[in-house]
Each structure stands twice: as structure tokens, then as C-alpha cells.
Design a protein around this ligand. Structure first.
Ligand code: NAD
Length: 339
């Protein structure tokens, strides 16, 4: 398709409409933990915006939803700056797109380093990201992702999550390390929580992601303490004195220090193995501890991650494959039947 050099009035109008809608939906999702459209509907609009920008690059501004990490800081929380930026992930929605992405990344890594990358393949947990700052092994601050630069201070809320150690176990800790992970409500806990809500005459939560986000972002940490929140580590930010050379090695180290790491990740050598991993969890997606909305594939080696770098919104060394959307009401109906 030929890019149009001057966007038509229709394109401009649709562009403004999409930006407004996406900003409104993001605010409901990130700030209120109460989405007004399904993720699948949101993803379609976001895809349309990306396409419109590809055809009309003149329309792209620095604050376009495609250029910034979605989220903000609610007035209910103090704002805190992350030591190192937090990013979103580039999404792909088909295996063909994923294959193209992996082959391109493989090509550029091979060109730079003469070696194909190893792929750290993980589940994309449907929860919300947290940034945990440990100084000399002691948790000093916890924050939500916010806009990636500044998050919400949720230190007291995180202190109520049993999975997250206040002090790392062992010794020889880095002087300063930001450990990132996903806070979620396990599927079995979600069912139990909704049964309690219904028994108390309250409306059940629509899905585990929103209940986890709403539970963690309570003004009163005593309320957060009542919710069955869990966490798995999936990243690392600032890392003064951390000696590991790859993401998988870091997970092993973090596990030894008592951080909760996912039992599901694998380090794989080939594209075929990554596709098998995706097929396997596509089939078993409801037999897992938590809900997932896809698979995340990352270059494992830190030096290569650094060489590939980031855009303003996403790392260039990682991609998320999203499974096709499922019937959104199934879960709720199951719960109603169970009650
Ligand atoms: P994203 O969810 O596509 O990817 C980034 C996030 O994935 C990270 O910040 C992290 O929190 C999470 N994650 C889970 N497992 C991970 C792993 N193993 N490794 C790394 N990260 C992992 O990006 P986003 O910007 O947070 O949000 C976009 C998503 O949110 C889309 O799925 C979209 O549908 C949904 N959304 C929905 C609405 C709505 O109104 N329904 C609004 C905004 C966003």
C-alpha cells in the first residue's frame, strides 16, 4: 500500500477519534481497574491506530498511544520514579507474525554476534506489573508501572503479599536491584474469592486481572491483605552489583534468594521449539496456576538485550504472542453455576 503523504480529512478525523477512545479505555483499565471494553475490542482499535499511523506517519506525535507506555499515577498514591524505565511489550496476533519477528531478531543478533540467540520463553501472566526495589537485600519500595517512568507507591500494599520477601534470603546481594514481576490472583483463588463476594451479596469480579489490579491498588493496605495475591518475577531493572549474565541465570539467582519465579519458563534454541511451547500452552491454558493471555519470548542473554535496546514503548529483544480471544463470559457463567 502506498503511504499517503498528506493524510485525508477522513484519516485525520478517524485518527483523533481512535486516540480519544484508546486514551479513555486505557484510563478505565489502568486507573480505575474497571475496563469498559474487552481486551479483544481494545486490541482491534489499537491495531487500527497502528495501521493508520503506518499509512500516515505525519500523524504520529510523541504522546500517541503507540509511543507511550499505557498507565498513569492515580491521586490516591504517591508518585515514585523508577530507577530504570519499565516498558510494555510488542504484541503479535498470529504465528506468521511471530515467526517473522523471531527470524528478523535472529538475523540481526547473528549479524552482530555471529551466534543465534537463545530464546527465554515464558507465559504472559494476566495480572499487573510491579517494580520492587531491594537495597542490600531489603525491600525498600514497591511501585506500579505507571507510565513507565513514574509509578504509584504501593510499598505498604506489597508488604501484605506473602510471596514477596521483605528481605532476600542468603547473602552477597547487589547493592541495588529492581526486580519486576506480575502480581496475579491464581485461578483457584479467584473462584474462591468470587464465591465469597457472591455469598456477601456483592458483585463478582469480571476476571482475575482486574481483581488483582483492584486488590493491589487499594488505598487501605488492610484491604489488600484480605485478597489472595501472588507474584512471579519476569524482569529486572536497575542492577548495581548483580553478577548474572542472562535473564534465565538471574531467575535462578532470584529463586535462590527466595523470590517467586514461574515454574513454566524454558530456554529454547530454535523457532520450532518456541512454536511447540506455544501450541502446548494453547492446549493447556486452563490447566495452569494462573490465567494467561499469551506467551512472551525474550532474548536470554543480557549483552544481546542491551545491544538490541528499546523503543520509547517496548524492548526490541522481546515479543508477546497473544492467543486468539476466548468467549469472555464463560468464566463468569462457570462461577454462577458453581455457587
Ligand atoms: P501488554 O500487557 O501487552 O504487555 C506488557 C505487560 O505484560 C508487562 O508490563 C507485564 O505487566 C506483563 N507481563 C505478563 N507476563 C510477562 C512476562 N512473562 N514477561 C514480561 N511481561 C509480562 O502491555 P500493556 O501495555 O500492559 O497493555 C496492553 C494490554 O492490556 C493489552 O492486552 C490490552 O488488551 C489490555 N488493555 C485492555 C484495555 C481494555 O479496555 N480492555 C485497555 C488497555 C489495555
Amino acid at each position: 500500500i502506498e503511504p499517503a503523504h498528506t493524510p485525508s480529512a477522513v484519516a485525520r478525523e478517524r485518527y483523533a477519534e481512535l486516540v480519544e477512545l484508546i486514551q479513555k479505555y486505557r484510563a478505565a483499565y489502568y486507573n480505575e481497574d474497571a475496563p469498559i471494553v474487552s481486551d479483544a475490542e481494545f486490541d482491534v482499535l489499537y491495531g487500527e491506530l497502528e495501521q493508520l499511523e503506518a499509512l500516515n506517519p505525519e500523524l504520529v506525535t510523541n504522546d500517541s498511544p503507540t509511543q507511550v507506555v499505557g498507565g498513569g499515577v492515580s491521586v490516591a498514591f504517591a508518585a515514585v520514579d523508577h530507577l530504570s524505565r519499565m516498558y510494555s511489550l510488542e504484541d503479535v496476533f498470529s504465528l506468521a507474525e511471530l515467526e517473522a519477528w523471531l527470524r528478523k531478531a535472529e538475523g540481526s543478533v547473528e549479524k552482530q554476534h555471529g551466534l543465534a540467540p537463545k530464546w527465554l520463553t515464558e507465559l504472559k501472566i494476566d495480572g499487573l506489573a510491579v517494580n520492587l526495589l531491594y537495597r542490600d537485600g531489603v525491600l525498600v519500595r514497591a511501585a506500579t508501572r505507571g507510565d513507565g517512568t513514574t509509578g504509584e507507591d504501593i510499598t505498604h500494599n506489597v508488604a501484605t503479599i506473602k510471596d514477596i520477601p521483605q528481605r532476600l534470603h542468603g547473602e552477597n546481594f547487589p547493592s541495588e536491584v529492581e526486580i519486576r514481576g506480575e502480581v496475579f490472583i491464581a485461578s483457584k483463588d479467584f473462584i474462591a474469592l468470587n464465591e465469597q463476594m457472591v455469598a456477601a451479596g456483592k458483585a463478582p469480579f469480571a476476571n482475575p486481572r482486574n481483581s488483582a489490579a483492584g486488590s493491589l491498588r487499594q488505598k487501605d493496605p488492610a484491604e489488600t491483605a484480605k485478597r489472595p495475591l501472588s507474584m512471579y518475577v519476569h524482569g529486572i531493572g536497575a542492577r548495581a552489583g548483580l553478577k548474572t549474565a542472562s535473564q534465565s541465570e538471574t531467575y535462578e539467582q532470584l529463586k535462590a534468594w527466595g523470590m517467586p519465579t514461574s515454574p513454566y519458563f524454558k530456554v529454547l534454541d530454535t523457532l520450532e521449539e518456541v512454536l511447540d511451547f506455544i501450541a502446548h500452552y494453547g492446549e493447556h491454558r486452563h490447566d495452569l496456576i494462573h490465567e494467561i493471555d499469551g506467551i512472551v519470548v525474550k532474548v536470554d542473554d543480557f549483552a544481546t538485550q542491551r545491544a538490541l535496546g528499546n523503543t520509547s514503548r517496548v524492548p526490541r529483544w522481546s515479543v508477546a504472542y497473544k492467543y486468539p480471544p476466548e468467549e469472555v463470559h464463560t468464566k463468569l457463567l462457570d462461577i454462577r453455576v458453581n455457587v
